[in-house]
Design a protein around this ligand. Structure first.
Ligand code: R5P
Length: 312
C-alpha cells in the first residue's frame, strides 16, 4: 500500500478535489452514474491493486443516493483488489437515528454502519458525529475529526468581547464547553425538547447568564433551522446583545434558508462537510473549508501518524 488513491462519488466532488490538492495527487479516475432504471453503476478506471483507497462521500442530499453510491463504490474497489478502503464520510447521514427512544423504531445509524462494513470498508474517517457513541456501531477503526478548532479560531480572531457560548441542546453541551474554554467565555445551555417526529422543537429553559452578552450558539448541524430559530427567540427574550451561530454541518433542508435570512443572527459559520448550493448562500453564511483537515488526516492514516496529535 505505497500509494494513496482518492475517489469521489457525486455527493461532493469539490471537497474531494480540495483533498486531492492538499495531498498533491490527482483525483482517482472513476465513473459513478445512474441508468435510466435508477440503478447506480460504478466503474473504477485505473488500477487500484494493493492501493490505499479513500472514498470522499458525505451522506447528504440526495441522502439515499449518496449512501448507495458510497456502498457501490466500496464494493467496486473491493472487487478491484484495493489494499485498504477508507470511507471518508464528512457528514454521517442518519446519525440522528441512533437509539430506540420510541417503541418499534429502527437504529438506522447502526444499520448504515453495518452496510458500510459489509460492503467492504476497512476504516471510517468522519467529522463531528451527531453522537460520539456512533463510533461504537462499527467493528472497524473509526477516526472522528472535529471542526471545533476551525470554528473557534474564526471567533477568536474576531475578538468579540463579553461572549457567552450557548449549547443549543444538552446533547451538544460537551462540545460547547470545549468551545467556551477555547474562547475563554462562559457557557449557557438550552433545554430543548423534540415535539413528535416532524422536526418541531420547543425551547424550555436557558441555563446560564446571557443578558447583555453576545451569544454564540453551537450545534452539530442546522437542518430545518427550527431549533436555531427557537433558541434565538428565547435568547432575545432574555436580553442578549447580539447573536452569532456556528455548526459543523450545513444540512439546510426545508425552510432553513428562509429562517436564517429572517432571523436576527449576525453570522452563521459552518464548514463545507456538505456542499451548499448557490441558491442557498446568504451573505451572513460563512463557509470554512474542511479539505485540509481531511487531507492531513488521510496523510496520517496512510503513513501511520497520530490523528490525535492534530488536535493537541
Ligand atoms: C439534533 O439534536 C441536532 O443536534 C440539531 O439540533 C438538529 O439537527 C437541528 O435540526 P433543525 O435545524 O431541523 O431544528
Amino acid at each position: 500500500m505505497d500509494e494513496i488513491k482518492v475517489f469521489t462519488g457525486n455527493a461532493h466532488p469539490g471537497l474531494a478535489q480540495g483533498v486531492a490538492r492538499y495531498l498533491n495527487i490527482p483525483l482517482g479516475q472513476c465513473e459513478v452514474f445512474e441508468f435510466s432504471n435508477e440503478n447506480i453503476f460504478v466503474r473504477i478506471l485505473e488500477n487500484v491493486r494493493q492501493r490505499d483507497a479513500f472514498i470522499i462521500q458525505p451522506i447528504c442530499s440526495p441522502v439515499n443516493k449518496s449512501l448507495m453510491e458510497l456502498l457501490i463504490m466500496i464494493d467496486a474497489l473491493k472487487r478491484a483488489s484495493a489494499g485498504r478502503i477508507t470511507a471518508v464520510v464528512p457528514y454521517y447521514g442518519y446519525g440522528r437515528t441512533d437509539k430506540k427512544d420510541q417503541p418499534r423504531v429502527p437504529i438506522t445509524a447502526r444499520l448504515v454502519a453495518d452496510l458500510l462494513t459489509i460492503a467492504g470498508a476497512n476504516r471510517l474517517l468522519t467529522v463531528d458525529l451527531h453522537a460520539a457513541q456512533i463510533q461504537g456501531f462499527f467493528n472497524i477503526p473509526v477516526d472522528e475529526l472535529t471542526a471545533l478548532y476551525l470554528l473557534s479560531r474564526y471567533f477568536r480572531e474576531k475578538g468579540i468581547s463579553d461572549l457567552v457560548v450557548v449549547a443549543t441542546d444538552i446533547g451538544i453541551s460537551k462540545r460547547a464547553r470545549n468551545m467556551a474554554e477555547k474562547l475563554n467565555a462562559p457557557l449557557a445551555i438550552v433545554e430543548k425538547r423534540r415535539v413528535g417526529n416532524d422536526d418541531a422543537t420547543e425551547t424550555l429553559n436557558i441555563i446560564g447568564e446571557v443578558k447583555g452578552k453576545t451569544a454564540l450558539t453551537i450545534d452539530d448541524e442546522i437542518d430545518t433551522g427550527g431549533s436555531l430559530l427557537n433558541v434565538v427567540t428565547a435568547l432575545e427574550k432574555r436580553g442578549v446583545r447580539e447573536i452569532y451561530s456556528c455548526c459543523t454541518h450545513p444540512v439546510f433542508s426545508g425552510q432553513a434558508i428562509q429562517r436564517l435570512a429572517s432571523c436576527p443572527v449576525k453570522e452563521v459559520i459552518v464548514t463545507d462537510t456538505i456542499p451548499v448550493a448557490d441558491s442557498k448562500k446568504l451573505d451572513k453564511i460563512i463557509i470554512l473549508p474542511i479539505a485540509s483537515l481531511l487531507g492531513e488526516a488521510i496523510h496520517r492514516i496512510h503513513t501511520g501518524l497520530s490523528i490525535g496529535a492534530m488536535f493537541e
